[in-house]
Design a protein around this ligand. Structure first.
Ligand code: IMP
Ligand code: MG
Length: 369
């Protein structure tokens, strides 16, 4: 990840991929022009790196020149295109290829066509290394397109954000979600996970997503995903991970302005952990830590039996059921502990002590992330 001015960007298109795209464009243009000598016209500033790499690869004689237009302010395209340097040579009867670094709204391209209206060139072809189809609002034909990209702001390889980033040899994409703290919270039954989740949520302004609650909510409200999940449960089958992930996704989207999330009850398997990483990645974010409350078995048994006396929960009353639940927990979470430890994201926290002592230990971990 890199920071330019006030914004963060993540790696998006590598040098190798750019190089391959440029080569492909060179090949198809050279193929179309054969022995004609084309005039390549780069649109400054953004296209300087592309034009340079392009003409170095071009296998036959060609001419190179530039015009300079300006349209972007910050990360927004503007309608108002300024012509800073226009054509400086007569192009009558020539075959012209415009080399653009990127076509976004198409406003700049419209200005280019205006410039060529009265030039009497033999051919005018448009070549762009990057193209954002979702942003393009014009209907000028694009003859050669290197790489189609989603409608997100990029920098690097000539493209800038307020002047910075043009020098980067690869392309970076704007991170839209910034500074989220996403935690996966674990703890054996009786560890005090629920209590601590509530406190963390308030202190760090996080949204607590308990998978159990999300399921119950979707089923009770008969949402499409809830009904789908229920259809598996009714058959006695496990709900497929994708359905659960879709539900979590909906929950994350509902809270798109959150400072982060506490995931509770998910993931349970390696595949789910990977799916959660993918979900976070699609939100330009990531899981920062798996925090597990560690409490000795005997202490847990004691606590749960104590709770059983008043809670009325059957599974809290029987010692062998309690021990089973604890064993199950360790069996299931061992894989996840490994998964997150491999990414240096596993944090075990001593869960024995007063509520505030444990909260303090958790705060220390989170503040250090
Ligand atoms: P258009 O006029 O909206 O098609 O935008 C074309 C010009 O806007 C390009 O030549 C760039 O200078 C600039 N531009 C468009 N999208 C981006 C981007 O994602 N990053 C940096 N500059 C961009
Ligand atoms: Mg440009």
């Amino acid at each position: 990840m890199i920071k330019l001015n006030d914004l963060y960007f993540k790696p998006f298109i590598s040098e190798t991929e750019i190089d391959a795209a440029v080569q492909e464009m060179v090949d198809s243009i050279a193929d179309d022009f054969q022995d004609d000598i084309p005039v390549f016209i780069g649109i400054l500033n953004g296209s300087f790196m592309f034009v340079s790499d392009f003409v170095k690869k071009y296998p036959k004689p060609c001419e190179v020149t530039f015009i300079k237009l300006a349209s972007y302010e910050g990360i927004k395209s503007s309608e108002d295109i300024q012509r800073l340097i226009g054509l400086t040579q007569d192009l009558t009867g020539r075959k012209v290829v415009i080399l653009e670094d990127i076509i976004d709204s198409g406003n700049t391209l419209e200005e280019v066509h205006r410039i060529f209206e009265n030039e009497n060139v033999d051919e005018l072809k448009i070549a762009t290394l990057f193209y954002k189809p979702e942003a393009y609002k014009k209907d000028f034909k694009l003859h050669y397109v290197g790489i189609e990209i989603p409608n997100k702001f990029i920098v690097g390889y000539g493209l800038d954000y307020n002047g910075l980033g043009r020098d980067l040899p690869e392309i970076y994409q704007l991170k839209t979600t910034q500074y989220m703290t996403n935690l996966v919270l674990f703890g054996p039954p009786g560890a005090g996970k629920g209590t601590q989740a509530e406190l963390l949520k308030d202190k760090y302004n996080l949204v607590h997503i308990s998978t159990g609650d999300v399921f119950r909510f979707n089923i009770k409200n008969e949402t499409a995903l809830g009904m789908l999940a229920k259809s598996f449960m009714d058959k006695g089958e496990l709900v497929p991970d994708q359905v659960t992930i879709d539900m979590l996704n909906a929950e994350v989207e509902k809270n798109s302005d959150a400072k982060g999330f506490i995931f509770d009850g998910f993931p349970r398997t390696h595949a789910q952990a990977e799916a959660l990483d993918k979900l976070m990645d699609s939100k330009d974010s990531q899981i920062n830590a798996m925090i597990a409350l560690e409490v000795d078995d005997e202490v847990l048994v004691g606590r749960l039996l104590e709770r059983g006396k008043t809670s009325g929960r059957k599974d809290d009353a029987d010692e062998s059921i309690i021990r089973n639940r604890i064993t199950e927990y360790y069996k299931k979470t061992a894989i996840l502990k490994e998964y997150y430890a491999a990414q240096d994201k596993y944090f075990g926290v001593d869960g024995v002590g007063s509520i505030s002592e444990i909260t303090e230990r958790l705060n220390k971990v989170i503040d250090n992330l």
